[in-house]
Design a protein around this ligand. Structure first.
Ligand code: ZN
Ligand code: ZN
Length: 427
């Protein structure tokens, strides 16, 4: 008997959580560097928000959402992605009225999709995402892409390429949609049931179909880039020339069509051939979504953003070694009950002075306690035997240079600080 974690969830245990913290700190540092502020929205939202914002023809909404009725009968969904909640909060909090027209925010946290779990893909997974709202400008598109590239570079991923494409504006998309329908009309019988529905509602989604990915008509489908309006083409040309100026490697990938209804203009993905991820792995992607804020009831507001799966980013961090980094400063080793009382005093004093400490709580002998000091990679062992308690001293051992000194209780702090500053710099 006993309980197990629900299918598609994992526990992040001590030993792994340090890696998550490291990744999170790296992402926060880059965000600060780009003047992007954190925004925290609820883990669950009204289901209707996602139907609207992500679109109910998407697999994410139609097949993968965790939706349930609460006790008042409201339809609630666990968030399957981060942009919808940010957009909802942006409108609800009237952030479009703030004096800074460009609002740049990031989120990170768990997302939920009911999918078949496979390696690297869980039902509860984590995303880091950035949204830049309020300004339509190719410069903002490029800032967004640049930040995504910075993240990937900071993780040390090799062989990274930025793939970009343009879906154009409304006029371009209307023209393209018609061209797609003309193209697929003759093949409709050969496509899956979902695609037949997509044909009328959102033919762009046909290009995303996993079932029909190998159908020959996919390869010969018209390309968005050939249907751009004059102004959409100017926007895209400017994006490309800015990337050129910044010497960012990119390829124009006309197959890159993000099926979400609200994308327009620039879309991008970051692909890496780093052996840690496997050949041609998509690390993350994003794009411009000028229609979204209006779609959910806000004023017409341009936006551009990207999201990364954090589990994937973590793989990039995996091979890095920094074992020594999180060792303890002091491990307190009381021998006997009386010594434990005193150890409690000492540990409280040391922690109050900013040292990371642990003590033995299971009344072991010296040997066992030294093993713990070793496992915790403690700089100092502070030994408190009966003799030391009686004489009001402790025995402080530096586990690096093995120097061992008897120190009066009132001098513990001074001794440690002196040791650390006074030429005792250890590896
Ligand atoms: Zn299909
Ligand atoms: Zn030392």
């Amino acid at each position: 008997m006993g309980y197990s974690a629900p299918r598609g969830t994992v526990d992040i245990l001590p030993g792994q959580s340090e890696k998550w913290i490291k990744l999170e700190q790296l992402l926060r540092t880059i965000a600060a560097n780009y003047n992007v502020k954190e925004m925290r929205t609820p883990i669950f939202e009204h289901a209707e928000l996602f139907n609207r914002a992500v679109g109910d023809t998407s697999d994410v909404v139609s097949k993968e959402m965790y939706t349930f009725q609460d006790k008042k009968g409201r339809y609630i969904s666990l968030r399957p992605e981060g942009t919808s909640g940010i957009a909802r909060a942006y409108v609800e909090n009237k952030m479009y009225g703030l004096p800074e027209k460009l609002q740049k925010v990031y989120y990170m946290g768990p997302m939920f999709r009911y999918e078949r779990p496979q390696n690297g893909r869980q039902r509860q997974f984590h995303q880091f995402g950035v949204e830049m709202l309020g300004v339509e400008s190719p410069y903002v598109d490029v800032e967004c892409m640049l930040m995504a590239v910075t993240v990937v570079e900071a993780l040390g991923l090799q062989n990274v390429t930025l793939h970009i494409n343009s879906l154009g504006d409304d006029a371009s998309r209307d023209a393209y949609r018609e061209a797609l329908k003309d193209h697929f009309r003759d093949h409709l019988d050969e496509l899956c049931g979902d695609c037949k529905a997509r044909f009328e509602k959102n033919p762009l989604r046909i290009l995303d179909c996993k079932v029909d990915a190998k159908h020959p008509a996919m390869k010969t489908a018209p390309k968005t880039i050939d249907y751009l309006s004059e102004s959409a083409k100017n926007h895209f040309d400017k994006v490309c020339s800015l990337l050129d100026d910044l010497e960012i490697d990119y390829v124009i990938d006309t197959n890159l069509v993000r099926g979400l209804d609200y994308y327009s203009h620039t879309v991008f993905e970051i692909i890496s051939d780093d052996p840690k991820l496997g050949a041609g792995a998509t690390v993350g992607g994003g794009g411009r979504y000028n229609g979204l804020i209006e779609e959910i009831g806000g004023p017409a507001t341009p936006g551009v953003g990207f999201a990364f799966g954090m589990e994937r980013l973590l793989l990039a961090l995996d091979n890095e070694e920094d074992e020594d980094e999180d060792g303890l400063d002091c491990y307190i080793m009381p021998l006997g009950e009386e010594a434990k009382d005193l150890a409690m005093q000492i540990i409280a004093m040391l922690r109050a002075n900013g040292f990371t400490c642990e003590m033995d709580h299971v009344s072991r002998g010296l040997k066992g306690q030294f093993k713990s000091a070793d496992r915790f990679n403690a700089h100092f062992s502070i030994i408190l035997g009966e003799e030391e308690v009686k004489n009001e001293v402790v025995n402080i051992k530096c586990n690096h240079d093995k120097e061992q000194v008897v120190v009066p209780l009132e001098n513990i702090l001074a001794h440690i600080e002196n040791h650390l500053s006074g030429g005792h710099e250890h590896e």
